[in-house]
Structure formats: C-alpha cells, structure tokens
Design a protein around this ligand. Structure first.
Ligand code: NAP
Length: 265
C-alpha cells in the first residue's frame, strides 16, 4: 500500500467544479499519490463518480480504496453495495474495501461477505475503519485477513499512539490516517506547527503529513481539490522530520499518557 494517498470526502458535492476535482486527483496521481480513498457515503456516491473520471484510462496505476456503510455490510448488502461502487468508479475491482465503521451486522457475516467478494475477484483485500483495540481484537478472533484500519490521526488527535497503533503494527495491519491535515482548519494555523515549518522552510501541511507518516505502517490520505495543495502534499513524502522537530511538536501536542476513546469524525 502506498504511504501517501488522496482523500475524496466532499468531492462531487458542488463545492468546486468537478473538472477541478478530477484534475487535482490526476495531478496527485502524476506526482505519485497513487492511493485514492473514497466511500459510497461521500456525496451519496458522487465522490466515487468523480474518482471514476479521474482514474479513467489509468486504473492499473491506482490503488483504489472504497468503503461500505455499516447497514450495507451484510452478505447480500455487500454484494449490492460493491457492485454500485464499482459501477460509479467505472472499474471491475477495488484494491481495498473497508467497513466504514462498526454497525449492527455481526462482524463474522461482514467478514464472510468480504471474503466472498475477494474470491469472486471484485476486491483484492478488505479492512475496517474507526475500529478501536477492542473491535480489532474481536475481529482477530474471527480472521487474520484484515488489511487496514482507517482512523482519525493527526497532531491534534494522537490517542491511537497509546495502544491501537502498536496493536496494528504488531499485527502487520497498516493504519490509514484520515484527516491528517486537520481538515485544513485550526491545526494548520497552530503557532508551534508554523514554527517548525518555518525552520524547515516548508508549510505546516507538509510538516503535519510528514509527522503522520513518521511511524512505520502509517499511511496518510490528505484530501485536496487544489493544485497548489496537491503539490505541497505530494512533496511531503520526501520530508523526514528530525528528533528536534518531533520534540517541538510533542511539546505543543502532547502524546497520550493513558487510554483515550478512539476519536472519529
Ligand atoms: P484532511 O485531508 O485533513 O483536510 C482536507 C482539507 O484540508 C480540505 O479542505 C483541503 O482544502 C485542505 N488542505 C489539503 N491539503 C492542504 C494543504 N497542503 N494546505 C492547506 N490546506 C490543505 O481532512 P479529510 O478530508 O477529513 O480527511 C482526508 C480523507 O480521509 C477524506 O477525504 C476521506 O477520504 C478520509 N476520511 C475517512 C473517514 C472515515 O471515517 N474513514 C473520516 C474522514 C475522512 P482544498 O481541497 O481546498 O485543498
């Protein structure tokens, strides 16, 4: 799985011309951000449609991730939801299909459904999202095939460092860090982040991304519909933080000292 990808939440919802969103995703692919993360939930499928346009003619160069809503994660529901996603994405397989969050359908049934999709060639692998340690342990009692856990992880939300991140690393399960630049909000204006960025002659977003990716097994998936942001995000792959950078960030964004409930959006 590539270490740096592109999110798509809020694409296809009319905030920006679709052509700009498609161009931004294509630029990201050109710059090596070959993982694209989407979901049937985003814009009720509109985001997947944008992604379908962006990857047309270059499907094989993309690591494509989508997510199923919890209430579609039954055996029959998964077949239908996956078919609809594939149609919108104009492809015949997903590289990774995630359960968006844990719902009412028993996990064993969802796992059986994912495995059936995998055997049929519709998906190459499957995983989960917004699963804390207890959920991962429950899942591990059913199967060891979970290929990723996508969770909220950025400087403002470090709770997973206490236990979940270690659990996933121990079980060779990549963590996909969502909202890695804090949705472009207060995080990017934080003075401590600005100071480290100025010292390294780069931008706060690039520091935030390099920070999220500093640990093994963590993949960051920033969303951007703007060329200048896409270029900045792609460049973060080559940025390695120093111990001094990390210490300065730790001083402003304290690592967890105890168990925190998994934060989610
Ligand atoms: P994010 O990637 O942290 O932030 C996206 C926002 O930051 C956008 O408004 C974007 O604006 C701005 N931005 C991006 N790069 C920037 C840069 N270099 N400089 C300044 N601003 C920048 O937040 P997110 O979209 O919530 O999370 C990323 C992806 O994770 C989502 O798109 C989605 O695919 C996934 N996700 C998954 C879950 C889940 O439950 N599994 C939940 C949330 C998100 P512009 O578009 O104008 O550049």
């Amino acid at each position: 799985m590539p270490r740096l990808g592109q999110g798509t939440w809020m694409m296809g919802e009319g905030r920006q011309p679709v052509a700009e969103e498609v161009a931004a995703l294509q630029l990201g692919l050109d710059l090596g951000m070959t993982l694209i993360d989407t979901a049937e939930m985003y814009g009720d499928g509109a985001s997947e449609t944008v992604v379908g346009q962006a990857i047309a003619g270059r499907r094989d160069a993309v690591y494509l991730v989508s997510k199923v809503l919890p209430h579609h994660a039954s055996q029959a529901g998964l077949v239908a939801a996956c078919e609809h996603s594939l149609r919108r994405l104009k492809t015949d397989y997903l590289d990774l299909y995630l359960l968006h969050w844990r719902g009412q359908v028993p996990l064993a049934e969802t796992v059986a459904g994912f495995e059936a999709l995998r055997s049929a060639g519709h998906i190459r692998a499957w995983g989960v999202s917004n699963f804390d340690v207890a959920d991962m342990q429950t899942l591990a009692r059913i199967t060891d095939r979970c290929a990723a856990n996508q969770v909220l992880y950025n400087l403002e939300h470090r709770g997973i460092e206490y236990d979940l991140l270690l659990w996933c690393q121990d079980h060779a399960c990549p963590v996909m860090a969502y909202s890695p630049v804090g949705q472009g909000g207060a995080l990017l204006r934080h003075p401590a982040l600005a100071t480290v960025a100025a010292q390294r002659e780069t931008s706060p977003a690039q520091i935030a991304l390099a920070w999220a990716m500093r640990q093994p097994g963590v993949v960051a998936i920033p969303k951007s519909g703007r060329a200048e942001h896409v270029r900045a995000n792609a460049a973060a792959a080559a940025l390695a933080l120093t111990e001094a950078d990390c210490a300065a960030l730790d001083a402003a964004f304290a690592p967890p000292h105890g168990k925190q409930p998994l934060a989610m959006l």
